[in-house]
Design a protein around this ligand. Structure first.
Ligand SMILES: *Cc1c(COP(=O)(O)O)cnc(C)c1O
Length: 461
């Protein structure tokens, strides 16, 4: 019982929590000075974690200090203003504060019975998201770890429904011997969509592939004739260009024959919640399902993806669990809308972020990303860099002279420690991908980044 006494003491004297708070505050205070990516020296410290699993328990403080000493220097300055890698968002303070509190609650969020507050906030988020994106009243939302999982859930729902249309119950009969579903995708669908399709039993070669245009968008004139066995995969926000597919026309064609359109809008769906950018998502509300992240454009902490589906029966049937020990209530039971049972109460941070920002805050933040991206693109062009994409949203694709020079520029920028952005390949050419996705990015951060590009160019000679 000694260990239990120790833990009780740690609970009651709060030192562990106070120390964690102090380290977190130090981290916040130092965020603008720290290396955006860990230095070589810091990375060496990771070896400290190669310990044997301890034979004996230690104190809570010992473990916290260990993590702070060797872990803190090996973080990415994700919540600072100059991380432009992938499409990674920051975290609004309100969402982090609320997460701290709810971490202590340690809710098991699968059922109303195991967390009434989470179930309630899922319902509220569902309602607010439908309102923000203008989605049909019948739409239901599931709260998952990210868009990869949201895509998986939506495509499982599509698979269920399309097979049902063909007289086949996949839950009863499985996939082997099932009638054929036609899946139509253009070349630039996100890698996570290909992965989830494979998990659902649809290999790459079983898809009907069509080409994408120079902004990574579906080309209407290449779309094959659709029928009620079709699943069409669209995208709101290409990871490289930020380009948007022609939702309005494709959805009309699909709906006329009873096909299913899914929209992967991991970061880009949020344009639909911004007055000046809404035109980009025009018509997407006519799709059958949508996937979107909280942790990218909306700046919730990580582990926040949302699947939205206008056909609740299809989604619940596809994801339904039926263990007898599960007590369903007449309230919302979150497990119905996700593949998980036990899960974090992740809707709490999403709710807090939406409530804190409000419609005008979301509008302002999302528009801010676009304005920063436009400014960066304009300045870099003036400095002699090539801007390879139409900057319609928050992504800027930059190139300098040739592949070799472009890669050297990337290395120079990354080694500066002052910002971080990644390399990519666009239409066979090396490119620098800048993603503006954090509330914390300021005009000064953009100016500093432009100056870094200038220095990198000069260093090339
Ligand atoms: C990031 C992204 C995904 C995957 O989302 P996760 O939250 O990382 O799982 C899918 N599609 C697009 C377009 C993305 O940008």
């Amino acid at each position: 019982m000694k260990l239990q006494e120790q833990m009780r003491a740690e609970f009651s004297d709060k030192t562990i929590f106070e120390k964690a708070q102090k380290y977190a505050y130090d981290y916040l205070d130092g965020i603008s000075e720290m290396d955006v990516f860990p230095s070589e020296e810091s990375l060496e410290l990771l070896k400290k974690f190669d310990e044997k699993l301890p034979e004996k328990s230690t104190s809570a403080l010992d473990t916290l200090d260990f993590l702070n000493n060797y872990g803190t220097p090996n973080t990415i300055a994700q919540i600072g203003g100059r991380y432009f890698g992938f499409v990674n968002g920051g975290a609004v303070p309100a969402s982090l504060g609320v997460k701290w509190l709810s971490d202590v609650w340690d809710q098991c969020a699968g059922l109303y019975l195991t967390s009434p507050i989470n179930a309630k906030l899922e319902s509220v988020c569902e309602k607010w998201l439908k309102d923000l994106f203008g989605l049909p009243e019948s739409t239901v939302a599931g709260f998952v770890s990210g868009t990869s999982m949201a895509n998986l859930c939506a495509l499982a729902a599509a698979r269920f429904q399309l097979l049902k249309n063909l007289g086949w119950d996949i839950n009863e009969k499985g996939l082997i011997g099932a009638p054929n579903i036609r899946i139509i995708a253009h070349e630039q669908v996100h890698a996570s969509v290909k992965k989830t399709l494979a998990l659902l039993g649809f290999g790459k070669n079983s898809l009907e592939w069509i080409p994408s245009d120079d902004q990574g968008r579906l080309m209407l004139d290449t779309l094959p004739k659709l029928d009620s066995s079709c699943l069409v995969l669209l995208q709101a926000g290409n990871v490289n260009t930020g380009g948007y597919d022609p939702f309005d026309k494709v959805c009309d064609m699909a709906n006329a024959v009873g096909a299913w359109v899914h929209v992967d809008g991991a970061f880009g769906l949020w344009a639909g919640a911004c007055d000046s950018l809404k035109h980009l998502t025009h018509g997407m509300e006519k799709a059958s399902s949508w996937a979107v992240d909280g942790h990218k454009t909306l700046n919730t902490p990580y582990d926040s993806g949302i699947v939205l589906c206008r056909h609740p029966k299809a989604m619940v049937s596809a994801l339904q669990a039926s263990g007898e020990y599960i007590i369903y209530s007449d309230q919302r039971d979150p497990l119905l809308y996700t593949p998980e049972l036990s899960k974090r109460a992740r809707a709490i941070e999403l709710w807090a972020t939406l409530r804190y920002l409000g419609k005008s805050g979301i509008n302002e933040m999302v528009q801010g990303f676009h304005l920063h991206a436009k400014r960066l693109a304009k300045s870099l062009k003036e400095l002699g860099f090539e801007i390879m994409n139409e900057v319609v949203f928050n992504q800027v694709l930059v190139r300098f002279k040739d592949d070799d020079s472009t890669k050297k520029i990337i290395a120079h920028l990354q080694n500066s420690g002052e910002c971080w952005l990644g390399g990519t390949t666009w239409q066979g050419k090396a490119a620098i991908r800048v993603s503006i996705c954090s509330w914390a990015t300021t005009e000064e951060d953009i100016a500093q980044t432009i100056a870094l590009f200038q220095k990198a160019k000069t260093a090339l000679g």
